[in-house]
Design a binder for this molecule. Structure first.
Ligand code: ZN
Length: 276
């Protein structure tokens, strides 16, 4: 349940699956519909425009005699943003908001309005605070509903899995870890992610996440110390026996670690050769 007994506010995000299961999305994305008492509704993340997702949104709006006021997108990755045009054609009243990332925003398709860190967005009578939480993507934001202790965390955390940091696509591991710390500092009561189940023990989950990354970082440092000096050889030493289909993702992860160490002047690169 989202509301404790002492808590007078009613805040019931409705989970609507985006119906896009796949290798990169697991069982598919979660989107969340917030229906205000005033007849306006907010959707967090747009999905991909799949017809069952669109139908479920329509049904819930009709059940609540509500109209879709706004769509808040956590970041520009297609599983979160590419459904915007379909939503725009189905809901003429809807406005679309995200944190700007000019290289990725398809501004010719829908008109994106800019979210900024610290903005308060009204969803019905409830306010959500925009938290710029880069690392997985440069434009990544989370939405903080303080009264219920809920954070809509987008792709910051996926229970039972780890989040990809695409260092070649604007990802930054150092920023990502800082974003996790920022969420932890809020002492939230629950996290509602864009993939996987709700996180009901945020402190434990976020701590485990940070510790996992730091353990991986130590492995990378050890591999460098042992004389492994390319992304490929470091990845092979750490992910020995990994399904070859997953090796590109493993190399991307190692690259993200090396980039972080480089920024911290703990590793150096010359002609694609690395040393500690
Ligand atoms: Zn993503």
């Amino acid at each position: 349940m989202l509301v404790s007994k002492q808590d007078p506010i009613v805040f019931n995000p409705i989970l609507l699956p985006a119906h896009n299961p796949g290798p990169m999305t697991g069982r598919g994305n979660n989107t969340y519909l917030l229906v205000g008492s005033t007849g306006g509704a907010t959707l967090i993340d747009a999905g991909i425009g799949e017809s069952r997702h669109l139908a479920a949104i329509r049904q819930h709006l009709s059940d609540h005699r509500a109209a879709l006021d706004q769509v808040l997108v956590t970041h520009a990755h297609p599983d979160h943003a590419s459904g915007a045009p379909a939503l725009a054609s189905a809901h003429a009243t809807a406005r679309f908001h995200k944190y700007p990332w000019p290289e990725a925003d398809e501004s010719d398709v829908v008109e994106w309005r800019a979210l900024n860190d610290g903005d308060r967005v009204l969803a019905g009578t409830e306010s959500l605070i925009v938290l710029h939480t880069p690392g997985h993507a440069p434009d990544h934001v989370a939405f903080w509903h303080e009264a219920s202790g809920t954070v809509f965390t987008g792709d910051l955390i996926v229970l039972g899995s780890s989040v990809m940091i695409h260092s070649s696509g604007g990802g930054d591991l150092g920023q990502y870890l800082a974003s996790l710390e920022r969420i932890r500092s809020l002492q939230p009561r629950q996290l509602l992610p864009a993939h996987g189940p709700a996180v009901t023990s945020p402190e434990a989950a976020l701590t485990a996440y940070v510790n996992h990354r730091l353990a991986r970082e130590r492995q990378v440092i050890d591999a460098l110390a042992a004389g492994r000096d390319t992304v490929e050889s470091i990845a092979e030493s750490i992910y020995d026996g990994l399904d070859p289909a997953l090796m590109p993702a493993a190399r991307e992860t190692i690259r993200a670690h090396l980039d972080k160490l480089k920024k911290e002047q703990r590793a150096f690169e010359e002609d694609a050769r690395w040393k500690a």
